[in-house]
Design a protein around this ligand. Structure first.
Ligand code: NPW
Ligand code: ADP
Ligand code: K
Length: 507
């Protein structure tokens, strides 16, 4: 699993590597510039064959230093290049100063960045390199915000102009992805060593365009408290090899009143396909006929409210529970959740089981235990953790989705999964993982009713099989997106579980 870093973590890795002589800052800057240069031509091979005109925007820090390296490489390749500089390299940017001097010594064209310079330089250019700010960015304001805004308008008008962001689109926070003062709207972002959280969160993905991570020669040192990217599960982890159906657990999915059983049935189908040995749907007696007409391999039990549920749970083989999809928002839902959590078994709480506790989230957190997984979408998250949701959304704070989720998991005392194109999962104590359905891994078809219910079923199925909550949630999210991508456009939620066999064959 690779780390996704904050700006501070990236800087700490670089410093540590340089301190022990495993990296040298000038060499890193050359490698960074070279990585951008190479990636441009890999992305647009037509530019490689026919040098044209490029504008390079250089900031006062090391991101600007990368820009001077790129300017030099493009010029050496025969391009006509002009640097628009936002200030000269400052005190803390010796390598940037060296590369700026080298640019000037070779007779490279340069003038100060302002609105007029942009208006003159951009028309007819094939490339604009955004090397204003990277991991050291603060929110844009004043003239600079206006110029970046103008840059985006001019670039949109120049159909053929490609904007390439160095490390991050300037204006985007490396840590939170927030860009309260606007940001460069890039076609391509080339990041170094590891992707940063800002590439995946808030305004980051829209500003970055496409994303490429490039090695620049830094050693693969681990970073203890980084957010980890969720890796594909392995066949050895997931596929059944031998044993009895009870060796693969028994998942119990609670369904709601008549006419609302679809969500629970889809969750059950997901749990079965992901490999729970047995799956049972438990529903109110009056919903039995409806569910019986729809279920075959999945077993069905009519129960009489919370007491019936308690009786059912006397079967110790029920190894994971799922409450929420289509369960309803009545008082009975809160009682069923209480019974489930008192049973102490691995439990997924989603949808109505979360919304029911909107005004009494603390009561839910008191009952929750470490084998629970809460799977809110953003709206449900905001109902349970209104203060954290506000911090996460507030452009004036640096709190990222990952920060907010870590706090949420600590507060709830269990694993919390926050859904979205970048899904984050956190457990108490700080473990946090991210799964991206962005960039080359986009699966916009997942924005369809019921997709979340299937995800709950996937997690429940893996919990039933004995996966720990964080691993069950991580594998489920990875497989969920893989199913969506395997099916492609036109996907509806019912299709997701049916893609699992094909996805399993690829592991
Ligand atoms: N370290 C290494 O070895 C390597 C680093 N590399 C590269 O370095 C980048 C990080 O460099 P960095 O730390 O110098 O920060 P950087 O992003 O250039 O910005 C800081 C400067 O910008 C200024 N500034 C920021 N926002 C502003 C705003 N809104 N409005 C106005 N000014 C603003 C800020 O000003 P200050 O906040 O200090 O007032 C400061 O002067 C990294 O992303 C990668 O590209 C690679 O070469 C590989 C090797
Ligand atoms: N644009 C998107 N790209 C990728 N995944 C998405 C996107 N929109 C939603 N999803 C995923 O689809 C699922 C939707 O779940 P949810 O919001 O609970 O919907 P529902 O309640 O209708 O099932 C989540 O797993 C979420 O991460
Ligand atoms: K940049």
């Amino acid at each position: 699993m690779a780390e996704i870093l904050t700006g501070g973590q990236m800087m700490a890795l670089e410093r540590a590597a340089m301190a022990r002589g495993a990296a040298e800052s000038g060499v890193l800057m050359d490698a960074a510039g070279r990585a951008v240069f190479d990636t441009i031509f890999e992305t647009w091979p037509e530019l490689h064959a026919a040098p044209q005109r490029a504008v390079v925007l250089c900031g006062p820090g090391n991101n600007g230093g990368d820009g001077y390296v790129i300017a030099r490489l493009l010029r050496e390749w025969g391009w006509e290049v002009e640097v628009l500089a936002f200030g000269a390299p400052g005190d803390g940017a010796a390598d940037a100063a060296r590369n700026a001097a080298r640019w000037h010594d070779m007779g490279g064209a340069s003038r100060a960045l302002d609105g007029g310079a942009l208006e003159e330089a951009l028309p007819g250019a094939a490339l604009c390199i955004d090397a204003l700010f990277g991991t050291g960015a603060r929110a844009l304001s004043g003239d600079l915000a206006a110029w970046v805004d103008r840059l985006n308008v001019l670039a949109a008008a120049e159909g053929a102009l490609k904007i390439v962001a160095v490390d991050l689109p300037s204006g985007v926070s490396a840590d939170s992805g927030k860009a309260p003062g606007g940001a460069v709207a890039a076609d391509l972002t080339v990041s170094f060593h590891r992707a940063k959280l800002g590439h995946y969160l808030a305004d980051g993905p829209a500003a970055a365009g496409a994303l490429r991570d490039c090695p620049i020669g830094l050693p693969d040192d681990p970073c203890a408290d980084a957010v980890m990217r969720i890796a594909p599960p392995t066949a050895a982890d997931l596929l059944k090899t031998s044993g009895h159906k009870y060796d693969y657990g028994h998942a119990l999915i609670l369904a709601g009143p008549p006419g609302q059983g679809g969500a629970a049935r889809m969750a059950a189908r997901g749990a079965l396909r992901i490999g729970a040995g047995l799956v049972t749907v438990a529903c109110p007696q009056r919903a039995v006929y409806e569910n019986a007409a729809q279920l075959d391999a999945i077993m069905l039990r009519g129960i009489d409210g919370p007491s019936g549920f308690e009786e059912l749970l006397e079967d110790a083989r029920l190894s994971a529970l799922c409450l929420g999809p289509g369960l309803g928002l009545g008082a009975i839902t809160a009682q069923l959740v209480r019974v489930a959590l008192e049973a102490g078994r691995p439990t997924v709480l989603d949808a109505d089981a979360l919304t029911r506790f909107s005004r009494e989230a603390e009561r839910l957190f008191d009952m929750a235990h470490p084998d629970c997984v809460l799977t809110p979408h953003e709206g449900e998250f905001a109902r349970l953790f209104p203060d954290l949701a506000e911090e996460m959304r507030d452009a004036a704070t640096e709190t990222s989705r990952a920060d907010a989720l870590r706090k949420a998991a600590d507060r709830a005392g269990c694993t919390v999964l926050l859904k979205g194109p970048a899904t984050l999962i956190a457990s108490p104590g700080g473990d946090c993982r991210l799964h991206s359905a962005l960039y080359d891994e986009a699966a916009p078809w997942l924005a369809t009713a019921g997709a979340g219910d299937v995800l709950s079923g996937f997690i429940t199925g893996l919990l039933a099989r004995g996966f720990a909550p964080l691993d069950a949630a991580s594998n489920a999210v990875w497989l969920h997106t893989a199913c969506a991508r395997n099916f492609g456009p036109g996907l509806i939620a019912e299709d997701l579980p049916e893609q699992l066999p094909a996805v399993f064959r690829t592991l």
